[in-house]
Every structure is written in structure tokens, then in C-alpha cells.
Write a protein that binds this ligand. Structure first.
Ligand SMILES: CSC[C@H]1O[C@@H](n2cnc3c(O)ncnc32)[C@H](O)[C@@H]1O
Ligand SMILES: [Zn+2]
Length: 432
């Protein structure tokens, strides 16, 4: 049994305290074998240096479209509908499986480099995402995104069937690191008749759901007009608010919808950077937390962010949360770290996001030996307000080292970037 000892660092514990401790990782089971005072932790077969570092749970990006790295900087400064319809969807229509593979590898490279060990992905050609995740060693909950508007009956059904097929076929792939979900894009882009029929099938088979909800007022208003109820009430009527389900955004929510989320156990993935960039609005994050809703953090795609760095997202969540609540004490650093770790992991159904014996050994070591992280009054504060993805020294997932001393081991960074550059340019050219 191979044991890896992460030695010499400080460790962020589940109660948000920081202590000098070593972490012993069981590389075979992929779990944390021990954590504690260096004198009490058994020797390992190998050592990973964490001196001058903070060992944290790997960050979890709980909502993204990872291959959208290919569209980073392609179209900015527009609101959601215009941005999707005029700029994003025309290029996405041109993307081949090979393009999605290249964009995904670029995204995985970026995530490993910035200490992210797990993510949720909604896109297409998901078989490519599964393979890329398998090779790169990350953990993910993946699904094929369904859009039925603008499609005929056969096309719409084909989308729904594909989403179910992907969920069935790939659940448990990559030695269990891949899990799946049924992923209707949103409550307005998938017709009610399809939601009724296919959600029932997903439920019968125990497949969780992930979808965009309450992102913009333009999305909320037509549902209220046509259904006579708020979007999440409509979702509940469609059996789309189970405790295993997680929705992205939740920006425009009323009090009854917040209660509904809490009562049903449906998680919300907050995407502050995307919400600011597309001027979608400010999610009521402190109200969600106060109501007991599980809140995770996501970057959304790299075309509306424009990166996949969850450190950036933590800072944005804290800042925007205060602005939304008009209260500087709202959404404090400790809550934000919890969102990016345990909150996101729990929303995705992973036993990660906390450094504790028996949990998945999904970890990051943040280098504290930097001017912008000096002095060390409060390391939880630093994680949210001062650290950057580029401060991550090592990244581990499922007990395996994916980045050691800033070198990403499973991917050839130069080749990944070159492929992505070429394929991104060609896809945009085809769309023009
Ligand atoms: C059908 S696969 C997923 C689909 O979602 C699009 N997308 C990217 N960002 C957002 C967002 O903020 N709200 C709604 N939809 C978004 C992406 O381009 C894919 O087409
Ligand atoms: Zn999204």
C-alpha cells in the first residue's frame, strides 16, 4: 500500500481552523489515511513538501462548460441572450468532438494549475470530456446539455435521449471519479412536455439533475407569465427539485423560492463572475446561506468569466455578496471557503471538500511564501481575498499528484495550448 506524506505545512481543517499538521494520503484507495500532529502521523513511502504552504481541500468548480475555453475572449460585453444567440451558439454549432477534447484539456490544465480537483460540466460530445478527465486524473459530474427550442420533435427527443444515455453510460467511469447527471439547459430552453417525460425517467433511474435556473429577469418573466408561478415552483411541479439536484445561478429568487430550495435540499451553484460580466444580477447568497441552502461555487464557462480560477470566484463571491446584502459582514471569508470546498462537493455528491481521515484525498497546497500573502494574520482571509490560482504549488486528486511544484504531470501543457489555439481559431473561422 503506497502512502504519501504531505509534510511541513499548515492544514485547513473542516471547522475552518488552521493548524500545523501533516496529511497522510493512501494513494491506492485515494483517501486521506491520517491527518494531525506530525509526531502522530505514520511515516509515508514518499513525501510531498508543504513547508511555507497551506494544505487545503481541492477546490470544486460546481458549474462550468469546460470546453468553452475555446471561446474565451471571442465575445464579451453583451447580456446573456444576445451573447448566446449572436456569438456563442453559432460557434458551438461548429465544434467537433476533437475541438471539445482540445478545449476540455485546456480547461483541465487551467483547473489543475489553480488547485481545482473536481468540477461539474454541462456540454456536448461528453464522451470526449469523460476521456480527458480519465487521463488527467480529475473528478467530475458530467452531463449532455439539452436544448429543445428551435428543434423539431425528433431533434428535441434525440437531445433528451442523448442526455439520458450519457448519464447511464458514463456514471462510475474513470475508476468512479466520473459521475453523471441529466442536464436540461434551462427551464425556458427545454419544452415542458420533454421535461415532464424525461425527468420522470431520470427520477426512476436515480439520475440527478443539473440545469440553469433564475439567471436573468428575461428568463424569469416568461415563466411567471405563462405558468403563473415562479421558475422554481414550476421546477418543483416538474419534479426537478430533488435533494440530489443542483441548479446554476439562482440570481433572481424570491423568499418562497429560497424556502423551497431549503426544504427540498436542492443546491445552488453561485457563479458571481459570470453574473457580473453578463449583468445578470446579484444572487442573494447570504439569504440562501441563512435559509440553510447548500451553496457551491462555479466559474460558468470561460467565455463569461473569463477564466476557470476558483480563487477568483471566491473573491468575487465575497465582494458581490456584501454588495447584494448591502452589508460588509455578509458572505464572510469562512463561508466562501466552505462554498468552494464542502458546499460544491456536497452539491455534486462527492465525499471531498474537507481534510479529514476517510475523505477523498483531493487536495491543494498553496504557497504562502509570497509578498501578496504576507503577513500571515489569517490564512482563511488570504485564501479568499489575497491568494490567486497561480499560488498553488501542488494539486492532488484521488490520492494522485496531478501537479508537483507547479509542473502538471498528466498533461503536456505546451501541446495542449497549441491544439486549443489552432482549433479555437478554426472553429470561429468556420462559423463566420
Ligand atoms: C447545451 S450545453 C450548455 C450551454 O450553455 C451555454 N451557456 C454558457 N454560459 C451560460 C450561461 O451563463 N447561461 C446559460 N447558458 C450558458 C453554453 O454556451 C452551451 O451552449
Ligand atoms: Zn452555465
Amino acid at each position: 500500500m503506497t502512502k504519501l506524506r504531505i509534510a511541513g505545512g499548515q492544514v485547513l481543517r473542516p471547522d475552518a481552523t488552521v493548524e500545523r499538521a501533516d496529511v497522510l494520503v493512501d494513494s491506492e484507495s485515494g483517501d486521506i489515511a491520517a491527518v494531525g500532529d506530525p509526531d502522530d502521523v505514520p511515516e509515508g513511502d514518499e513525501t510531498l513538501d508543504a513547508e511555507d504552504g497551506l494544505v487545503t481541500p481541492g477546490l470544486v468548480n460546481a458549474h462550468t462548460h469546460v470546453a468553452m475555453t475555446l471561446l474565451r475572449g471571442h465575445a464579451d460585453d453583451k447580456e446573456l441572450d444576445a451573447w448566446l444567440q449572436e456569438d456563442i451558439w453559432p460557434v458551438e454549432a461548429e465544434l467537433t468532438p476533437e475541438d471539445v477534447r482540445a478545449g476540455t484539456e485546456l480547461g483541465l490544465l487551467e483547473m489543475i494549475r489553480s488547485g481545482t480537483t473536481a468540477f461539474a460540466d454541462m456540454y456536448f460530445h461528453e464522451e470526449e470530456v469523460v476521456e480527458a478527465v480519465e487521463d488527467a486524473g480529475l473528478r467530475a459530474r458530467l452531463g449532455y446539455g439539452i436544448v429543445t427550442v428551435g428543434k423539431d420533435e425528433a431533434g428535441a427527443r434525440d437531445d433528451c435521449e442523448q442526455s439520458l444515455e450519457v448519464a447511464r453510460e458514463f456514471d462510475g467511469a474513470a475508476d468512479g471519479r466520473v459521475k453523471t447527471a441529466f442536464m436540461p439547459h434551462s427551464l425556458t430552453t427545454v419544452g415542458e412536455e420533454y421535461l415532464r417525460e424525461y425527468v420522470a425517467t431520470a427520477r426512476e433511474e436515480g439520475i440527478p439533475l443539473h440545469y440553469h435556473a433564475n439567471e436573468t429577469e428575461d428568463e424569469v418573466d416568461p415563466i411567471v407569465e405563462e405558468e403563473g408561478e415562479r421558475p422554481l415552483e414550476y421546477a418543483r411541479d416538474l419534479d426537478m427539485t430533488d435533494g440530489s439536484d443542483f441548479v446554476a445561478h439562482g440570481v433572481h429568487l424570491d423568499g418562497a423560492e429560497i424556502d423551497l430550495l431549503a426544504e427540498t435540499g436542492t443546491s445552488v451553484i453561485h457563479c458571481p463572475a459570470s453574473n457580473m460580466k453578463l449583468a445578470s444580477g446579484m444572487a442573494p447568497v447570504q439569504k440562501l446561506l441563512d435559509a440553510g441552502v447548500t451553496v457551491g461555487l462555479g466559474t460558468d464557462g470561460a467565455a463569461s468569466n473569463n477564466d476557470l480560477d476558483v480563487f477568483d470566484e471566491m473573491r468575487d463571491a465575497a465582494m458581490l455578496g456584501k454588495l447584494a446584502a448591502d452589508d460588509a459582514s455578509a458572505v464572510p471569508a469562512e463561508s466562501v471557503v466552505r462554498m468552494a470546498t464542502e458546499g460544491s462537493a456536497s452539491a455534486l455528491g462527492f465525499d471531498s471538500g474537507r481534510i479529514e481521515e476517510g475523505a477523498n484525498a483531493d487536495l491543494a497546497v498553496v504557497d504562502l511564501d509570497a509578498a501578496h500573502l504576507t503577513p500571515h494574520h489569517d490564512l482563511v482571509s488570504h485564501l479568499v481575498y489575497a491568494a490567486r490560482g497561480s499560488d498553488v504549488r501542488h494539486t492532488l486528486c484521488d490520492g494522485a499528484v496531478l501537479m508537483r511544484d507547479r509542473e502538471v504531470l498528466p498533461l503536456d501543457a505546451a501541446a495542449v495550448r497549441e491544439q486549443a489555439e489552432e482549433r479555437a481559431a478554426a472553429a470561429v473561422e468556420r462559423a463566420e
